[in-house]
Design a protein around this ligand. Structure first.
Ligand code: G3P
Length: 477
């Protein structure tokens, strides 16, 4: 009998009135990890109502008072690091070292969020800055919270990407409703246990687990939700955007990040960054390198180097810190396998890989990938890397921009002027020059354009997106 976890409903750990639970199974141990509550729409209503009621008193606290709760949350996470990391490893298959890094990164992010909020200031303005305006009009611009923030997090960072929404929401003075991805919900529950232990005011925060079909749209359409921060698939993000009504949204969605490799690139640096960028956590990252656009002149050398390093990647159990771990589900593995099969059927060269054991896909490198192949355009969220050979920088930029995605891109060259020219031509939220795509460090803005999202995350921008300006005009005599 696996453990039954309760939902955190308006400050109280409770069993849902639905008397229904969802069993969470480990994607690599293939055994139940526990059961989570399938909460009802009526429970959603109560939690949002309580959040709305608790929020004004929370907003009335000083940043330092709110920060004390969050710093304690960070301390509690670190005190429980081993159990949390093991839960992340077992629930989403992240290897032990990366799972522990996620917990440490989350505590650092929470503490940084407190400091950032403490040092964000408003501004003042005088009317005479505008023609005909009076100097006696003194404008004081402050930031105020939006109200109740809905934070929806993905499976691949079940602690970090959830806290990256909840921490700025709370520091900005909001209440928060947290809806974790189902696979990752137990990790989210344990993260919230650490926050609840700080004595957070009752009602301010709720953790709602359950069927997206039951409460997904209900949450995003709820009239008392004042802002939604979502990380997940582009398909779900677009659906959420269509369902929400006049609510500020920040959407972190999919990607098809290209690594553009110029003929003058340092191939040792390039190879190491592409391997790390494409295959860490089996490519289950929105910022993973998901295609290589390489100058024909150096393609053979690059592919030879990539082959050698791909074949050196450890494959197997997350508990052994394998680099390549089982994917989050059989369905995810089927999806990746289909992309590989399609590419090979259309003439791609299998450099290495294309081996599967259940939901474990071995790292696969495909060369001579052409635009007619699905893997050239579709986000695999798995350990498959297509190499597309190009004749010019212009062709690389054109192919990069033909993607519906625009999250990040890497440019590898030893000519900084060329790198900046390419960076200027590629439609993406972030361009990495001689480095792999990545969301961190978390003091940087993080954003995607086109189908990769809208709005900007990163600690500072998240606080801004979860608050608004308020102007007070003092009319002096
Ligand atoms: O897929 C989640 C996205 O936030 C990636 O984060 O830190 O692995 O680049 P990171």
């Amino acid at each position: 009998m696996s453990q039954i976890y309760q939902a955190y409903l308006a400050g109280h750990w409770q069993t849902s009135a639905s008397n229904q639970t969802i069993t969470i199974e480990s994607p690599w141990q293939h055994q139940p990890l526990g059961e989570i509550q399938a909460v009802t729409q009526a429970e959603v209503d109560v939690c949002i109502k309580q959040a709305k009621q608790a929020q004004p008193a929370w907003a009335a606290l000083s940043n330092s008072e709110r920060g004390a709760y969050l710093n304690q949350w960070a301390d509690n996470l670190l005190a429980n690091k081993a159990e949390l990391a093991e839960t992340v490893m077992n629930e989403v298959g992240k290897n032990a070292a990366d799972a522990e890094k996620e917990i440490v990164r989350t505590a650092d992010l929470i503490r940084y969020t407190v400091q950032e909020a403490l040092h964000m200031h408003g501004e003042s303005v005088r009317g005479d800055g505008f023609p005909g305006g009076s100097k006696n009009k003194l404008g004081v611009i402050e930031r105020v919270p939006l109200g109740v923030v809905l934070a929806i997090s993905p499976f691949n960072y079940p602690v970090n990407l959830a806290a990256a929404k909840i921490a700025p929401a709370l520091m900005a003075g909001n209440a928060a409703i947290f809806k974790p991805a189902t696979q990752g919900a137990i990790s989210g529950i344990k993260m919230i246990q650490a926050l609840a232990a700080t004595g957070l005011p009752a009602g301010l925060l709720s953790l709602l687990t359950g069927h997206g079909s039951q409460i997904g749209d209900y949450l995003t359409e709820h009239p008392d939700i004042n802002m939604i921060s979502f990380t997940g698939s582009t398909q779900t993000g677009k659906h959420l955007s269509a369902k929400s009504i006049m609510v500020p949204l920040v959407l972190e969605l999919g990607g098809k990040d290209p690594a553009i490799v110029c003929s003058d690139a340092d191939l040792d640096v390039t190879t190491a960054d592409i391997i790390g960028g494409a295959f860490s956590y089996s490519g289950q990252r929105c910022t993973a390198v998901k295609r290589v656009l390489v100058s024909e002149r150096v393609a053979d050398d690059l592919v030879a180097g990539l082959k050698k390093q791909v074949e050196a990647l450890t494959v197997g159990s997350p508990a052994d810190n394998s680099k390549i771990v089982p994917l989050i589900s059989e369905k995810a593995a089927d999806f990746v396998q289909d992309l590989i099969d399609d590419a090979l059927a259309k003439g791609a060269t299998l450099v290495t890989g294309n081996k599967r054991e259940g939901n474990l896909i071995y790292p696969t490198l495909l060369d001579h990938v052409t635009p007619d192949m699905k893997v050239a355009w579709i986000e695999p969220f798995g350990p498959v890397l297509p190499v597309i050979r190009v004749e010019s920088v212009a062709e690389a930029i054109k192919l990069a921009n033909q993607s519906k995605f625009g999250l990040q891109a890497s440019v590898f060259t030893q000519d900084l002027d060329k790198a900046l020219r390419i960076a200027g031509g590629v439609e993406a939220g972030t361009i990495q020059v001689n480095g792999r795509p990545e969301r961190g460090p978390d003091n940087f803005p993080f954003l995607g354009v086109k189908a990769s999202g809208m709005g900007t995350q990163g600690v500072h921008n998240s606080i801004l997106s979860m608050s608004r300006e308020k102007l007070t005009v003092i009319n002096l005599k």
